[in-house]
Write a protein that binds this ligand. Structure first.
Ligand SMILES: [Zn+2]
Length: 420
C-alpha cells in the first residue's frame, strides 16, 4: 500500500495533516475486496485521506490531533444508494390490516396503497416532511451511513414533487451526511392522469424536469418500469429528456416481471438499475457493457415475500458491480437499517459478506457516480469512515439487529452524539 502514498510524502519525509488515526485494522474495500491493512494509520487533511498504510511504513507526521482507536476495524462510511426517506404518513395501519386478513383489493378500494402516501405527502408541509425524514435518517446515520440517496416520487404533481426535492436539498444542507437527490416523478400515475399515462410522461418531460434542472434540485432522474407503473417506451421519453438536461439516469427495473428495463437503462448509460429479481442474462450483459451498477434491495424482496432472487451468479460472471441498499419506503420496505440489509443480502441472495460490504461502500458509491471520491479508504477520497470495536468485518454482516457501537468520522471529524 505504501507505493500509493508516495506522492504525498514530501522530500523531508514529514507529512503535515489535520488529524491522524491509528491503532486499528483498515478495511479499505479497494476494488470491492476487504484489502485489510493491519496495524493501520490514516492521515486526514482538509476532509480528505492524504495517507494510509501500516504503522511500520509510516512517515513522520505533524498533526493537530492524534486518535488511537486501540484495536478494532475501520471501514469506509456506508453508502445507502436507494431510499425513499421523504414521505408523508406511514402505512403501518395497512400492514396490520393485511395481516388481519383484509385483501389488497379492499385496501385499495379504501384509498390505501401508494396513493395514500401520495395524499399524505401532498398534504404535509415542507417542515413536516423535513422533520419526518430527519427522524428516519437518524437510525441510518447511527449505524455508519455517511452518504445517502433520497428520491422524490410521492408528490406526483409539480408542486409536491418540487416540495419533496427541496426537502431533500435541505436535508443535505443541515444533516452531517452527503445526500444525493433523485427525481422519481415517474414512480406511479397520479389520480389526475388516470388512463392518460402518456400525457403524464409528456408533462414530466415538458414541464417538471426542466424546472427541476433549472433549480438544480436533482442529481439524477429515476423511473419505475413495470406493468403496474410505466412501460419501457414511456421510461425512454423520460430518459431522453433527462439526458438532454445533463442529468444521469437510474431505473427501478425487473422487480416483479421481465420488461428488459435494465437493457434500456444500459442504453442510456444509467448509473444503476435497481431491484432486478427478473433480470435475464441479456440484461446483465448489457449492464456490464454499459458499466451500470446492479442495486439489490433485499428489504423489499423480504417484505413482499418474493421467491425469485436476483441473478447474483450472472452479475459475478459478467463483472457487474453489486450494490445493496435499504430502499427505505412506506409501502414495500419500511427499513431503517442498512446493516440488516447486509445480512439479508447474504441469507436471501447468497452473497458473501465481503460482497455485501462492498455493496454498501465502493459499489454503493458507484451507483451514485461517486466512485472517485467515496466508498473506499484510499488517498484522495473523502475522509468518511467508521471505527467498529470488532475483530473482523464479517461481524457487520453476521449480527442480526441491535446497534453495534461505532465512531463515525464524517469529512474528517467525529460526528456528534446527536447525529450518530
Ligand atoms: Zn425504490
Amino acid at each position: 500500500m505504501s507505493s500509493l502514498n508516495a506522492p504525498n510524502i514530501p522530500a523531508s519525509g514529514t507529512v503535515i495533516c489535520d488529524s491522524l488515526w491509528t491503532g486499528s485494522s483498515l478495511v479499505t474495500m479497494q476494488d470491492g475486496r476487504y484489502n485489510i491493512i493491519e496495524n493501520g494509520v490514516l492521515a486526514v487533511k482538509d476532509g480528505q485521506i492524504i495517507w494510509l498504510g501500516t504503522e511500520e511504513n509510516s512517515p513522520d507526521f505533524v498533526t493537530a490531533v492524534r486518535h488511537d482507536f486501540d484495536g478494532g476495524i475501520v471501514t469506509p462510511g456506508f453508502v445507502d444508494c436507494h431510499t425513499h426517506l421523504v414521505f408523508g404518513g406511514d402505512r403501518s395501519a395497512e400492514f396490520e390490516q393485511r395481516l388481519n386478513g383484509v385483501s389488497y383489493a379492499e385496501i385499495a378500494a379504501q384509498g390505501g396503497g401508494i396513493l395514500s402516501t401520495v395524499n399524505a405527502t401532498r398534504k404535509a408541509s415542507h417542515q413536516q416532511l423535513f422533520e419526518q425524514a430527519r427522524f428516519r435518517l437518524m437510525p441510518l446515520l447511527a449505524e455508519g451511513v455517511t452518504c445517502v440517496e433520497i428520491k422524490s416520487g410521492y408528490g406526483l404533481s409539480d408542486e409536491s414533487e418540487l416540495k419533496m426535492l427541496r426537502v431533500i436539498r435541505e436535508l443535505a444542507q443541515s444533516m452531517p451526511v452527503r445526500v444525493k437527490s433523485t427525481c422519481l416523478a415517474a414512480h406511479a400515475l397520479p389520480p389526475e392522469f388516470k388512463g392518460r399515462a402518456d400525457e403524464y410522461i409528456q408533462h414530466i418531460c415538458d414541464v417538471l424536469l426542466p424546472q427541476v434542472a433549472a433549480e438544480n434540485l436533482a442529481d439524477a432522474v429515476d423511473a419505475f418500469c413495470e406493468h403496474l407503473a410505466f412501460s419501457p417506451a414511456q421510461v425512454e421519453q423520460v430518459f431522453k429528456r433527462a439526458v438532454s438536461l445533463g442529468l444521469p439516469v437510474k431505473l427501478h427495473a425487473e422487480q416483479l416481471s421481465s420488461l428488459h428495463g435494465s437493457q434500456l437503462a444500459a442504453r442510456y448509460s444509467a448509473l444503476s438499475a435497481d431491484h432486478l429479481e427478473y433480470a435475464t442474462e441479456e440484461d446483465v450483459k448489457a449492464m456490464a457493457a454499459a458499466g451500470t451498477t446492479a442495486v439489490l434491495l433485499p428489504g423489499a424482496y423480504y417484505l413482499l415475500r418474493e421467491t425469485q432472487t436476483p441473478p447474483v451468479a450472472l452479475f459475478r460472471q459478467y463483472g457487474v458491480p453489486i450494490a445493496i441498499a435499504s430502499d427505505a419506503n412506506p409501502g414495500t420496505s419500511p427499513v431503517l437499517s442498512l446493516r440488516l440489509m447486509l445480512n439479508m443480502a447474504c441469507t436471501l441472495f447468497h452473497m458473501t459478506p465481503e460482497e455485501a460490504l462492498a455493496g454498501v461502500t465502493c459499489h454503493g458509491a458507484r451507483a451514485l457516480g461517486l466512485q472517485n471520491s467515496h466508498g473506499t479508504l484510499e488517498v484522495g477520497k473523502a475522509a468518511d469512515f467508521v471505527h467498529w470495536p470488532l475483530a473482523r468485518p464479517a461481524e457487520l454482516v453476521y449480527w442480526l439487529g441491535g446497534q453495534l457501537p461505532c465512531t463515525v468520522i464524517y469529512q474528517g471529524h467525529i460526528r456528534g452524539a446527536t447525529c450518530a
